[in-house]
Design a protein around this ligand. Structure first.
Ligand code: TRP
Length: 346
C-alpha cells in the first residue's frame, strides 16, 4: 500500500513525466455516506490536478446481486451526480459508466482464463456475499474480482484508492497481472492500493467501534450525503457517546472521538480547539453543534446534486464524454492483450 498525503500540495509527478493514473470504481448506490465523503470523495477532489483520474460507476458489478432495474438506472445518474456535486470536475477527471465501455466485460472474460478457481474461492467478499445471498450465489459473484482487475488493468492504473475491505481484490489484481506479464511479457502495469493518510475513517454513530456503512441495518448508524437537515440533526442527537461528560479526545471514548473527527473535518478545527470550544458544555450541545456543521457543509453539495438530477441531458453528456475517453484508452490495452494471446485482428 502506498501512503500518500492527500492534500492540495500532494506530490505532483515531475513536470515532464506523464501524470500517474488513478482508477477507482463505485457501485451505483444513491446512499453514499459522510464516511464515503470524508474518507474518499472529498480527498479525490485534491488529486484532480496532479493525477490522471478515472472514476467509474460499476453497474456491471452491481448486478452480481439482484437489482430493481428502475432503481439501478436512477442510482447510476445519482452516483455520477454525487461525484460532480462533491467537487469532482468532469473536465479534469474521466467520469464514466462501466457498461458504456465494453472492453471491461471483454477483458474480464479473458482474465477469467488466467485466474484460478482456488484463488477466487478464498476471497472473503465472495464468502460474505454468498452467505448473505444464499439463494443467488451466481457465477458473477464468484468472478467479481477478475472484472474488477479488468477495470484497473485496462487503464494501466498506478494507484487505486479503496477502503480496507477491497485490499484483497487489489492483491488478486496484482497477482493476475503479474501472472499474465510472466507468460506474455510486460503488458499490464502492476497497480498499488492507495490509502489516504489524511482520509479520516468515520465510524458508525450507533456503534462507534464499527465503520460507518450505508448497508447498516440501523439507519441511525450512518448519515447519507443526501439526508435532509432534520434527519442529520436527529441522527447526531442520538449518536452513542459514553458515560463521561467532557468533550475530549481520548482512548476508549470511541463515540466522542468519532464526533470530534467529523466536526474537525467539516470545520478544519483541531481536536484541541474543539476541546476548548466545548469546555464546560455537555454532550448535548456538542452533538447539536456537530449536526449543524454537517448539515451546513452538505447543503451546497445537496443543492448542486438536485440541480444536476434535474438535468439528465447534461449528465448523459458527461457519461458520453467519459465513455469515449475511457473507451479509447481501454481499447489500446485490449488490442495489445488480444495480440499477445494470439487473437486474429481484422
Ligand atoms: N469492488 C469495489 C467496491 O465494492 C468497486 C470496484 C469495482 C472498484 N471495480 C473497481 C474499486 C476498480 C476500485 C477499482 O467498493
Amino acid at each position: 500500500m502506498e501512503n500518500i498525503e492527500m492534500n492540495s500540495n500532494a506530490p505532483a509527478a515531475a513536470k515532464e513525466e506523464p501524470k500517474k493514473v488513478i482508477f477507482s470504481g463505485v457501485q451505483p448506490s444513491g446512499l453514499l455516506t459522510i464516511g464515503n465523503y470524508l474518507g474518499a470523495i472529498k480527498n479525490w477532489t485534491t488529486l484532480q490536478d496532479a493525477y490522471d483520474c478515472l472514476y467509474c460507476v460499476v453497474n456491471l458489478h452491481a448486478i452480481t446481486v439482484r437489482q430493481i432495474p428502475a432503481d439501478l438506472r436512477r442510482r447510476t445518474y445519482e452516483t455520477l451526480a454525487i461525484y460532480i456535486a462533491c467537487g469532482l470536475d468532469p473536465d479534469k477527471n474521466t467520469l464514466f459508466v462501466q457498461s458504456h465501455v465494453p472492453a471491461h466485460a471483454e477483458l474480464g472474460w479473458l482474465l477469467d482464463c488466467y485466474t484460478m478457481f482456488g484463488e477466487l474461492s478464498r476471497m472473503t467478499q465472495f464468502k460474505d456475499k454468498s452467505a448473505k445471498n444464499a439463494d443467488n450465489v451466481n457465477a458473477g459473484l464468484f468472478t467479481y474480482p477478475t472484472l474488477m482487475a479488468a477495470d484497473i488493468l485496462l487503464y494501466q492504473a498506478d494507484l487505486v484508492p479503496v477502503g480496507q475491505d477491497q485490499q484483497q481484490h487489489i492483491e488478486i489484481c496484482r497477482d493476475i497481472a503479474g501472472r499474465f506479464n510472466g507468460i506474455y511479457g510486460n503488458t499490464f502495469k502492476i497497480p498499488e492500493g492507495f490509502m489516504p493518510k489524511t482520509g479520516t475513517k468515520i465510524m458508525s454513530l450507533a456503534d462507534p467501534t464499527k465503520k460507518m456503512s450505508k448497508s447498516d441495518s440501523n439507519e441511525n448508524g450512518y448519515v447519507a450525503i443526501l439526508d435532509p437537515r432534520d434527519v442529520i440533526i436527529r441522527k447526531f442527537k442520538r449518536a452513542v457517546t459514553d458515560s463521561d461528560t467532557v468533550v475530549r479526545y481520548a482512548e476508549g471514548k470511541d463515540g466522542v472521538n468519532n464526533l470530534m473527527n467529523i466536526y474537525s473535518c467539516f470545520t478544519g478545527k483541531t481536536h484541541e480547539e474543539i476541546e476548548r470550544e466545548f469546555d464546560g458544555r455537555g454532550y448535548g450541545d456538542f452533538k447539536m453543534a456537530v449536526g449543524e456543521v454537517v448539515a451546513d457543509g452538505l447543503t451546497p453539495v445537496q443543492a448542486r446534486f438536485n440541480e444536476l438530477m434535474k438535468d439528465k441531458a447534461y449528465l448523459e453528456e458527461i457519461m458520453r464524454r467519459g465513455a469515449e475517453n475511457a473507451q479509447r484508452r481501454a481499447r489500446r490495452t485490449l488490442s495489445k492483450v488480444y495480440r499477445k494471446v494470439g487473437f486474429v485482428e481484422i
